[in-house]
Design a protein around this ligand. Structure first.
Ligand code: LIP
Length: 256
């Protein structure tokens, strides 16, 4: 695990390269990729292969098709929060997970702008910069801070989503929108926030963060309460045991 952590942290020099981060291509509506994304992915893919040649690779930038589900697989988002990177918003992370036998066994989420390093190994706890973390224990609903994801690539979801977010907003302290699903799951894992929900996320957005959250005592499923499938897009619902139930209930009202 230490070797993996050092490898992920070594991407900082690529991420801080202004020339690479300003080379932007628009993949689709509000969906961008920079040379940082592609450079980080090819750098880590090569190093991970040297480390474990037998392990498959799933990455955001064009490497995620026809994977043998019987083999271990790395799941990488080279830059989660690409729009934030382009806007110098300093809320972006490298998110790396190891999927083995249908379970995430290792997760690393690293924000080089804040030097926040979230890590977890299956059944060994979750950590922020080496210090054990756990989800919040806030009991009162109007003390809760809920992170939302606005699915910016699909503006046609806006009316439905903002109606749901408005209901959650009225019941709680406030909502937050970071622009990085991986960091949203980690902020929930360390008790900064109390819940998170977003539709149609990619496996690399949530793979590492889902393990870090579960190892911190949180719960994460799809919006209808099903297990996450790490080979396809999912609507992600995450919370403490208490907030998870409230959020699932609010979502179920919209599905009636
Ligand atoms: C982003 C997610 C974010 C979501 C964006 C995008 P990317 O990942 O972290 O939560 O709202 O649509 O998917 O594309 O920056 O790696």
């Amino acid at each position: 695990m230490e070797q993996l952590i050092e490898l992920v942290k070594s991407t900082k020099k690529i991420i801080f390269n202004e020339e690479l981060s300003s080379a932007v291509i628009e993949k689709g509506l509000a969906d961008y990729v920079t040379k940082v994304d592609t450079e980080v992915q090819s750098y880590l893919k090569e190093k991970l292969y040297q480390l474990r040649p037998d392990t498959l690779f799933m990455g955001e930038e064009g490497e995620h098709k026809n994977l043998d589900k019987n083999k271990p697989c790395w799941i990488l988002d080279p830059i989660d929060g690409t729009t934030n990177l382009i806007h110098h918003y300093n809320t972006s992370a490298v998110s790396l997970a190891l999927l083995e036998n249908g379970k995430i066994t290792k997760g690393i989420v690293y924000n080089p702008f804040t030097e926040q390093l979230f890590t977890a190994e299956y059944k060994k706890g979750a950590y922020l910069n080496g210090k054990r973390i756990s989800v919040s224990t806030r009991e009162r609903q109007n003390d809760w801070l809920i992170s939302i994801g606005t699915s910016p690539y699909e503006k046609d979801r806006a009316d439905y989503l903002f109606e749901l977010f408005k209901r959650i907003y009225k019941k709680t302290t406030d909502i937050r929108r970071s622009g990085s699903a991986a960091l949203d799951l980690c902020y929930l894992a360390c008790g900064m926030t109390d819940g998170y929900l977003e539709q149609n996320l990619k496996p690399w957005d949530y793979a590492a963060g889902s393990l870090i959250l579960e190892e911190a005592g949180g719960r994460v499923t799809t919006w209808n309460g099903s297990e996450i499938d790490f080979y396809k897009n999912c609507d992600i619902l995450a919370g403490t045991p208490k907030t998870y139930r409230m959020l699932l209930n609010e979502i179920s009202k919209t599905l009636d």
